[in-house]
Design a protein around this ligand. Structure first.
Ligand code: UDP
Ligand code: MG
Length: 315
């Protein structure tokens, strides 16, 4: 039985040799040395990643590389890997050892218990900036409340899947991808394997705080219509409030006459309403922008170079 390991790499020349060595060890431990294919997706790296991958591919025929024409992002890289994986089992894993390959044997064992997928989650966030962990925790709380994709706190993209599930994930060909949501959405029996956070083996993270924030908004917009209903409810609520205010003013006029006053409060109200209106338009704009990009049907990625035959280069 063939297992494909998909590894998205962006400027990972320092981490790759470490990862490759440990993949070797795991493959040997599993005694399935010949039954692996390693699909490295080079996401437009600007360092020596591609050169290194070519060297690996020369020495080891199980190594395949797909090199993008520019940086398309990890989501596109994972999608390219999934599309080109041939294995009956497929696993996705980061290049920096933060998804420890040593968990693989345990994951295979769990698969044999009849699961369709074994996914991993971090139970600690040691070594990560405070603000980032806090943001992440809030994100999981919000998205689980308001969307139908159930996403476990600390979920990683590191998971082992059966072919049926991979086909389902590949069939979801949306342009704006949010894999954690997609994995949950397609269903299948999934077993969660917890592990302690591991720090990057070498090199540095590609995610800025803003990058992560944008990615989490993407996740929410992709899997939930809740922001749109919040906007509508805001509108309804404020209309109600304005009726009450009219009533208040009319009654006051009838009882006490009409002294000219209240300009400052009026100004506040105008600014407040203007703000809410812009916010709601912004929310709608987010959805419309997403629709616009989906409708264009642009390719997810463009492969510049690969050592594999029969790969669709633009997809
Ligand atoms: N990655 C990628 N394209 C990008 C950014 C990241 O393929 O544009 C890869 C990166 O090489 C690594 C994985 O995605 O294998 C996770 O990235 P990183 O370790 O920087 O994220 P973190 O673990 O800090 O969340
Ligand atoms: Mg990492």
């Amino acid at each position: 039985m063939l297992t494909s390991l998909i590894i998205p790499c962006y400027n990972e020349e320092q981490a790759l040799p470490i990862l490759y060595r440990s993949l070797w060890e795991v493959a040997e431990e599993l005694g399935k040395t010949s039954e692996f294919e390693f699909i490295f997706v080079d996401d437009g790296s600007r360092d020596g990643t591609l050169r290194l991958l070519k060297e690996l591919a020369d020495q080891d025929e199980r190594v395949a590389y797909l090199a993008f024409s520019r940086n398309f992002g990890k989501e596109a890289a994972m999608y390219a890997g999934l599309k080109n994986a041939r294995g009956d089992y497929v696993a996705i894993m980061d290049a920096d050892m933060q998804d420890p390959p040593s968990l693989l044997p345990e994951m295979f064992r769990l698969m044999e218990e009849g699961y369709d997928s074994v996914a991993t989650r971090r139970v600690s966030r040691a070594g990560e900036p405070r603000l980032r962990s806090l943001g992440a925790r809030m994100f999981y709380r919000v998205i689980n409340r308001i969307s139908d994709a159930d996403i476990v706190d600390g979920a990683r993209d590191f998971r082992l899947m059966k072919r049926e599930m991979v086909d389902a994930v590949v069939a979801m060909s949306e342009y704006h991808r949010f894999s954690k949501g997609i994995f949950g959405w397609v269903g299948f029996r999934t077993c969660w394997l917890p592990f302690e956070n591991v720090e990057r083996a070498a090199g540095e993270t590609k995610w800025s705080f803003w990058g992560l924030l944008k990615y989490s908004v993407e996740g929410i917009i992709n899997f939930s219509q809740a922001p749109l209903s919040i906007a509508s409810w805001c509108g309804i609520g404020l209309t109600g409030v304005s009726f009450l205010m009219v009533l208040f003013i009319v009654v006051r006029k009838l009882l006490f006459g009409d002294p000219v006053a209240g300009w400052p409060s009026l100004a506040c109200i105008i600014v407040f309403l203007g703000g809410i209106q812009l916010l709601c338009m912004g929310i709608m704009g987010q959805y419309i922008a997403k629709t616009y990009m989906e409708v264009k049907g642009r390719p997810h990625y463009i492969i510049g170079e690969t050592n594999r035959d029969g790969v669709k280069k633009i997809s």
